[in-house]
Design a protein around this ligand. Structure first.
Ligand code: UD1
Length: 421
């Protein structure tokens, strides 16, 4: 971990070489929470060494689990007691949105759970109404009081048909992890289809759960009475892979992304091809090469398999130095354009109107101090520094460390001048 230091980037840079992906943050955190479903020792492989994993480990410890992380093998073990604690306290939960994922497992196993309302990134309002409605449909009594979600199901949960008004990733996960131990059959209509949800579902199946339809909009879960611990490898991080793909395209570079799954990034990679990149499949990943100034591309963020909101900052940064005009529309998190004001400090020509950003590409940005407001905005601003003349300092670099392992080292290995100050 490189601490909460700033990133100092001296640009411009052209990135060339290869990077190896770690496991996906947004999978690993959910797998950790779901381990609560079975007493005994769960082993998770390919768990990234990032701050958010440490916070989730502390949360599980506060519930009575013994958690060990071996960084050399990226393996995490979680020994879950017969009866874990049922209250997830604010001091840990507030640091991490994904802590809400302990709600479903604790409620279904213990019949009651109290989870502080989570914090996480400053990217929008991020309600919990779909989570609460889903658990209520399963027979729980759930409400929020004094800053906590309090849920009880004294006689256990009962399977039910559930329909989400938006395919929320977190709500799909919480409902799925609750329904695996409910009595009877649950269906989740308009379920999230993200690879992270599929990874979690496969982990649950390995624990003995009965789930069908993963990766589709209709997930069917037949409750079982007990689950057992298992060993599972986290899938590679598609958002980190996408970040490197955009980095290659923006800097007219050539990066091989070892462990990258093109099938998890179809639309973003199509967009990069439209921008002029050449993408080739390699024996263990894929390669993104760009020999020209990128062409501006229009982007609309949508739930998977649409363009991921987590790559929207990278798309805006690329468009900021691309040839032509573009429009980026954010449909998932309303606060996600906050970083645009920072990007404008680097000279980017962008006008935001509601959830649309109109971008007029200029050849090169101009280095300046900026502040990271969340993980992905922070990573995007570091990439912007690579296409800026002179020195860019991205303050509050700890945000980036929450989602990217060894970001500065990887950038240096690819030929960039990046320091932590
Ligand atoms: C997860 C990811 C995040 C990613 C997002 C969308 C984690 C830890 N985070 O967040 O990186 O950007 O998916 O791919 O995995 N909503 C409600 N009520 C609810 C639930 C959600 O209104 O009960 C809204 C949210 O405010 C947001 C939208 O639905 O506008 C999508 O949220 P959701 O898919 O739930 O995202 P997260 O699971 O929070």
């Amino acid at each position: 971990m490189e601490g909460s230091k700033s990133f100092q980037i001296t640009g411009p840079a052209r990135l060339q070489g290869s990077v190896t992906l770690s496991g996906a943050k947004n999978s690993a955190l959910k797998l950790m929470a779901a381990a609560l479903l079975a007493a005994g020792k769960t082993t998770l492989q390919n768990v990234p060494a990032i701050a958010d994993v440490e916070i989730m480990a502390d949360l599980l410890r506060s519930l009575g689990c013994v958690v060990d992380y071996e960084s050399s093998s990226q393996t995490l073990t979680i020994d879950v007691p017969e009866i874990p604690g049922h209250r997830a306290e604010y001091n840990l939960v507030r640091k991490l949105r994904a802590s809400i994922n302990v709600l479903g497992p604790l409620l279904t196993r213990l019949g009651s759970a109290e989870v502080a309302l989570p914090g996480g990134d400053a990217i929008g309002s991020r309600g919990l109404d779909f989570h609460i409605k889903g658990l209520t449909d399963l027979g729980a009594e759930a409400h929020s009081e004094h800053g906590y979600v309090i849920a009880t199901a004294t006689d256990g949960l009962k399977g039910a048909p559930i329909s989400l008004s938006f395919p929320s990733v977190g709500a799909t996960e919480n409902i799925m992890t609750a329904a695996v131990l409910a009595k009877g059959v649950t269906t989740i209509d308009n379920a999230a289809r993200e690879p992270d949800v599929v990874d979690l579902g496969e982990f649950l199946i390995a624990m003995g759960a009965k789930i069908e339809g993963l990766g589709s909009s209709l997930i069917t879960i037949s409750g079982v009475s007990k689950l057992h611990p298992t060993t599972h490898a986290t899938l590679p991080d598609r958002i980190v892979a996408g970040t490197w793909a955009f980095a290659a395209a923006m800097t007219q570079g050539d990066i091989t992304i070892v462990g990258g799954r093109e099938d998890h990034l179809e639309i973003p990679l199509d967009k990069l091809v439209q921008a002029g990149a050449v993408i080739t499949t390699t024996s263990d990943g894929f390669r993104v090469k760009m020999d020209q100034r990128p062409k501006a591309i229009d982007i609309v963020t949508l739930p998977y398999p649409g363009f991921p909101t987590d790559l929207q900052p990278m798309a805006i940064c690329m468009n900021a130095i691309a040839e032509g005009h573009s429009m980026v529309t954010e449909n998932v998190f309303e606060g996600r354009f906050m970083f645009v004001n920072e990007l404008k400090r680097l000279g980017a020509n962008i006008t935001v109107d509601g959830h649309h950003a109109a971008i007029n590409g200029i050849p090169l940005l101009s280095g300046a101090p900026v502040v990271a407001t969340d993980i992905r905005a922070g990573a995007g601003l570091v990439l912007a520094g690579l296409v800026s003349e002179g020195i860019t300092i991205v303050e509050d670099g700890y945000h980036v460390d929450r989602g990217y392992t060894h970001f500065a080292e990887n950038l240096r290995a690819l030929g960039a001048q990046v320091a932590r100050i």
